[in-house]
Design a protein around this ligand. Sequence first.
Ligand code: SF4
Length: 290
Amino acid sequence: MARVSARLSDNAPGDLFVDDACIDCETCRILAPRVFERSDQLGLSVVRNQPASADDALRAKMAIVSCPTSAIGSVSKVDVKDAVLALPDRIAPDVFYCGYASESSFGAASYLVTRGGGNVLVDSPRAARPLMDRIEALGGVGTMFLTHRDDVADHAGYARRFQCERVLHAQDVGPGTRDVERRLEGDEPEPLADDLLAIPVPGHTRGSTALLFRGTFLFTGDHLWGSADGEGLEAGRDVCWYSWAEQTRSMERLLAFDFEWVLPGHGPRFHAPARKMRAEIEKLVARMKR
Ligand code: SF4
């Protein structure tokens, strides 16, 4: 529970607030961008505007239940039942953002893909029963695709509940993931189904792997994300744990694929026609090579 006594000074006056347990994971800003913003002075999220509409109020409550550190609170009692029912949050037909971020993955985003051949959970949200029940209502999980070693969070809880096959690159398997059911090998793209392609993108970690769904949605883990201005794409040398040169080569190899969405573990999403996406990847590769 967020503590009024620890309320951050930059919050807008009013009922809703963020306290000093915030870890600046962005989850609230993604779910409710009109309500939350990043305070550059504090390096943390704060309430920019108290919710002024029913939609803002709902999305603020979705942030309350999704915050990995319970850093968001309200002075008055809030009923979050409608927020629980609103998650996972639909991004596009058959693609949802799960919310319920886990502190162990630093609040990384996870996604649910609904499809006739079995749903796919991309990276791991918190193993919160209300979310798991909602995922069950959407058809459960056939495959859990783990983009890299950092965002595995509660994967074991999801495997137990849904008896799903977990997929992780062998190079990123560690003590906590040694029992995953399927290990990807090498750096060549590997089809998991007609509409699912695993694309190894070593760099951020040795075993980082993106997942392309229907040639449209690219789940990128921490390899690639949208820029803060919403105009292009970014990757981060300061969060590259394995090899920047390798990550640059992996980025260049993405030019072989068409896609319209970048759905990352951290950072903004990016949606653009395939031609613009390709141009932005080319620009990013050029910047990475400098
Ligand atoms: S979701 Fe919670 S931890 Fe993450 S940025 Fe918002 S307040 Fe901070």
